[in-house]
Ligand binder design. Structure first.
Ligand code: B12
Length: 487
């Protein structure tokens, strides 16, 4: 038996379909005996796995790991399983091993790291474990060589979603993953493409997928969503594609197919690409149920956007903020602040730019992250790796210092003064109080009104420092933080 393990990554109320593990399950379904253990749905994930490995003949434990809090149960559970069942091979796949393959192989409780798209690599690894091929012949695989060396096989060329079967939703308690959200009462998630063709210097997607995006056919997207509607009562969707809108003709067909399903939905898109779309296409997108679009605006300065290799101008962000109003779609603009060359100037300019956006389109939702480097991206701001020593083991990534880095809370970058980071945090607190996110369903009216009233004078005067009263009020109301939860 193969065990697919998705360590806990989110609070129960934010639980989503574990798409990574479901994609792997799709290629095993009907061919291999396997089980799924998802820490987001099982409060005792370690015990469940200990029991499973103790009672079944497990051939491989396959673990999906993304940087951040998911590392904590991943490390802890794998360590315990390795100690109890040292003969069972353990493979990690997902964004963490794709970005930090050497770090993964430094752990005694991991044998293999799979980089990038995992379906075929997993199947070939199984063949290698069964003696039908060598590990060296498996593209996308990293493994331990002799005398502590690490072997990294060449990349695997990426295939589009249509090359693989659908997720076997019946193999998880799918109902538990369909949650209420701003988009509907029963929200599910779907990813209708893989990868991203751009090369933004701060982004981890390139390490996993190169610079390429492959789209699912609109007919298949429609069929999967129809299945979710008919079998699980889904009425809304969050699309996890890095760019849901890549080509206008594809979008138009997709909208035609989505419209009859009557879903409310959210997706991510690029500002420059959408500006090229006609008004008619925008109107069709809205009619098909789109309520909100997440855009990487990233910066309020063109010199920073150039450094990031974002291929975008601030003027385009303002144009989009203005244009999208007439279509009744809420834009969610995300920013990455703190260019190492001049973090103070970058921060000042970005705060001013966000104020301009809010003037143009007050409904805009704002997400702000301090710049958190990804290794081997020397195109971004010169070679930041010289200035940051990344952890050498997964264990170190579970410490408070590196968790704060991974969740982009406090990256402790050597070039950024703590006072700059504090200014950014204070501003974020004031803006998110002045306009509490519409995505917070549990926020009572008194909480919303209170936050707005308390923050109005601060925003008007541009006085963001020492916002203790807002911090307290946000804690009291448990205000939702989209920067941590809505990805
Ligand atoms: C969904 C999602 C989440 C969800 C998690 C959902 C869940 N199921 O619990 C939530 C909202 C919780 C989340 C949170 C965060 N996320 Co997130 N998230 C995503 C998102 C949008 C989609 C991931 C996904 O499901 N893709 C669909 C599946 C099919 O693709 P996949 O995961 O790549 O899986 C394939 C391969 O990686 C591989 N594979 C994966 N696992 C395994 C395992 C094995 C054994 C094998 C063989 C192969 C394999 O095979 C799969 C099929 O080909 C991505 C962006 C994106 N579009 O990819 C960001 C992304 C992964 N997240 C990211 C980040 C940074 C975070 C946060 C740290 C952000 C924050 N500020 O808090 C948090 C922390 C996560 C945590 N708690 O540990 C980054 C990671 C890269 C980086 N820079 O570090 C991404 C890439 C976003 C970005 N562009 O920066 N996230």
């Amino acid at each position: 038996m193969i065990v697919l393990y998705h360590p806990r990554a989110a609070k129960p109320r934010n639980r989503r379909f574990p798409l990574s593990i479901l994609s792997l399950a799709a290629v095993l379904e009907g061919h291999e005996e396997y089980m799924i253990v998802d820490g987001n749905a099982d409060a005792n994930e370690t015990d469940t796995l200990l029991r499973l490995l103790g009672t079944e003949k497990v051939e491989l434990l396959a673990v999906s790991v993304m940087p951040g809090p998911q590392m904590i149960p991943a490390v802890e559970t794998c360590r315990q399983l390795r100690a109890r069942y040292p003969g069972i091979p353990i493979v990690w796949g997902g964004y963490f091993p794709s970005i930090y393959a050497d770090t993964v192989l430094n752990a005694s409780y991991v044998d293999f790291a799979i980089r990038g798209q995992g379906e075929e690599t997993l199947l070939e690894l199984l063949e290698a474990l069964r003696g039908k091929r060598t590990c060296e012949s498996v593209r996308g695989l990293s493994f331990k060589g002799s005398a502590g060396s690490h072997r990294h096989n060449p990349e695997r060329p990426m295939k589009g979603p249509d090359a693989f079967p659908w997720s076997p939703f019946h193999r998880i308690p799918a109902d538990q993953y369909v949650r209420p959200s701003f988009f509907g009462r029963r929200t599910a998630v779907h990813q209708a493409s893989i990868g991203c063709p751009f090369q933004c210097g701060f982004c981890g997607v390139i390490s996993a997928y190169g610079s390429l995006q492959k789209m699912e056919s609109p007919a298949r997207t429609e069929a999967i969503l129809r299945h979710l509607v008919q079998n699980y009562g889904v009425d809304s969707i969050q699309f996890y594609d890095n760019n849901f809108f890549l080509q206008e003709d594809h979008t138009r067909e997709q909208m035609e197919r989505l419209s009859p399903l009557g879903l409310g939905w959210w997706c991510e898109a690029r500002i420059d690409l959408m500006l090229r779309y006609s008004d008619d296409t925008f109107a069709r997108i809205r009619r098909a149920g789109c309520k909100m679009i997440f855009f990487g605006a990233e910066s309020g300065s063109n010199w920073v956007l150039e450094d990031m290799n974002k291929q975008l101008k601030t003027e385009q962000t303002l144009e989009l903020a203005q244009r999208i109003r007439q279509f009744d779609i809420i834009p969610e603009f995300s920013f990455v602040v703190g260019n190492p060359k001049d973090p103070e100037r970058d921060t000042t300019e970005c705060l001013g730019f966000i104020r301009t956006i809010k003037k143009i389109n007050p409904a805009s939702e704002i997400i702000i992250y301090p710049y958190t480097p990804v290794p081997q991206r020397e195109r971004m701001y010169g070679n930041v790796e010289d200035q940051i020593e990344f952890p050498a083991t997964p264990d170190e990534w579970t410490t408070e210092r590196w968790q704060n880095f991974a969740i982009r809370k406090d990256p402790r970058n050597p070039w950024a003064k703590p006072s700059t980071l504090r200014r950014l945090d204070d501003f974020r607190l004031v803006v998110s109080s002045r306009w509490p996110t519409v995505q917070d369903l549990r926020l009572p009216a008194w909480g919303r009104g209170g936050l707005q009233a308390l923050s109005a004078w601060r925003y008007r005067l541009g006085f963001y420092a020492f916002p203790y009263e807002l911090k307290l009020m946000q804690r009291l109301t448990e205000l939702r933080k989209p920067e941590a939860e809505s990805l």
